[in-house]
Design a binder for this molecule. Structure first.
Ligand code: P1T
Length: 386
């Protein structure tokens, strides 16, 4: 079935980008587990593109069409990881170019910017993108890209995408939004004015904690071509089996996100009232300082909840006493996970930068899964008593 822009999200999740296989009618896209393709004549690949699987793979293309439809963009370009997807957009730039980045990104993104790409001559300024004036002030004549994450990992800070898109464009730069935490079910950056939406598909899009992957979604044909060129030249492609698994995951994205959103909100409300929790960071709570923006640019608030329990000892006690919430990095899978960002996902961020953003030793991050909510609340209550 081909999809049209008039179809709604759940229909796109199930069908977009896929049609029955021509020879047999197989309803699921085949896994084209091949590295190369036989060409009928020299340099005349079938379909004009199938010459080598780093360049083109039909399973990957089905995933890309599906993800582009979900993000409301024209082009999806899949990668071997979320970091490879982000990196591809920066690899379009040249030494001496300047990037303004939100300071509270995933720790691995900060590490790539400060310890890998800055060595190649790209220059970064890190800002608190909750404040669009801070973004504007950081722009220079050499700024080519503004990169934000919203909600941020792990502080759940928000960036006003429409406003910061205007700031970026006024300075002649593109806006890239890491939409991993929200998922396209809850937030669609391209519709708000961003030029690039990027994901770690490892998280909500795949949703089952069994692949590493990434995707870039853009509307602009020339930009898509540039990013495909970077991928072809650099090589960070996902394998066909992982592309197929992600495509299987996206078929239930709308159902899973509905459950993540409602469980996330219930956990946030419960922890907000809990005497052993000092602070809860969740954009869906009216107490979140950007709740008004959250309700304006998001339609749901995800299963990601961060809490400050005061000290590392208390954080340790909490994460070591949960039974259902498993202690692990990553997020967005059907099962609930818990982590201590200062020692895990954000350990590579310098302590001073970390603490300025609120990533204290007592901060605990929850990825609330889709289990029965009463069991999840009982698990957290028990661990907090322990
Ligand atoms: O792990 P990878 O697929 O390369 O994605 C990197 C990445 C990018 N953007 C965001 C917002 C992320 O959270 C991540 C990965 N994050 C974790 C592994 C984590 O536990 O936070």
């Amino acid at each position: 079935m081909s999809s049209t822009p008039t179809q709604r999200f759940g229909t796109l999740a199930v069908h977009a980008g896929q049609s029955p296989e021509a020879t047999t009618g197989a309803i699921m896209p085949p896994i084209f587990q091949t590295s190369t393709y036989v060409q009928p004549a020299i340099a005349e690949p079938l379909g004009g593109i199938y010459d080598y699987a780093r360049v083109a793979n039909p399973t990957r293309e089905a995933l890309e069409r599906n993800l582009a439809a979900l993000e409301g963009g024209a082009h999806g370009i899949a990668f071997a990881s979320g970091l490879a997807a982000i990196e591809s957009v920066l690899k379009r730039l040249s030494a001496g170019d300047h990037i303004v980045s939100e300071e509270n990104t995933y720790g691995g993104t900060t590490r790539m910017f400060t310890r890998v790409l800055s060595k190649l001559g790209l220059e970064f300024t890190f800002v608190d993108s909750r404040d669009s004036d801070a973004v504007a002030d950081a722009m220079t004549p050499r700024t080519r890209l503004v990169h934000v994450e919203t909600p941020t990992n792990p502080m759940m800070r928000l960036c006003d995408i429409a406003r910061v898109a205007e700031v970026a464009h006024a300075g002649g730069a593109l806006l890239m939004v890491d939409n991993t935490f929200a998922s396209p079910y809850n937030q669609r950056p391209l519709e708000l004015g961003a030029d690039v939406a990027v994901h770690s598909t490892t998280k909500y899009l795949n949703g089952h904690s069994d692949i590493i992957g990434g995707v870039v979604v853009v509307d602009d044909e020339d930009l898509a071509e540039e990013i495909r060129f970077v991928r072809k030249s650099s090589g960070a492609v996902p394998g066909p089996m992982d592309a197929w698994l992600c495509l299987r995951g996206t078929k239930t994205l709308h159902l899973r996100m509905g459950a993540h959103n409602s469980n996330g909100l219930a956990v946030a409300r419960f922890l907000q009232e809990h005497p052993r929790v000092d602070r809860v960071f969740y954009p869906g709570l009216p107490s979140h300082e950007q709740h008004e923006l959250a309700t304006r640019q998001m339609t749901g608030f995800t299963g990601m909840v961060s809490v400050d329990v005061g000290t590392l000892e208390r954080a340790r006690a909490l994460v070591e006493h949960t039974q259902l919430f498993q202690l692990a990095e990553s997020l967005g899978g059907v099962e609930s996970l818990v982590s201590v960002p200062s020692l895990m996902t954000h350990a590579s961020v310098p302590r001073e930068m970390r603490e300025r953003m609120g990533v204290t030793d007592g901060l605990v991050r929850l990825s609330v899964g889709i289990e029965d909510i009463d069991d999840l609340l009982a698990d957290l209550d028990g661990a907090l008593q322990g």
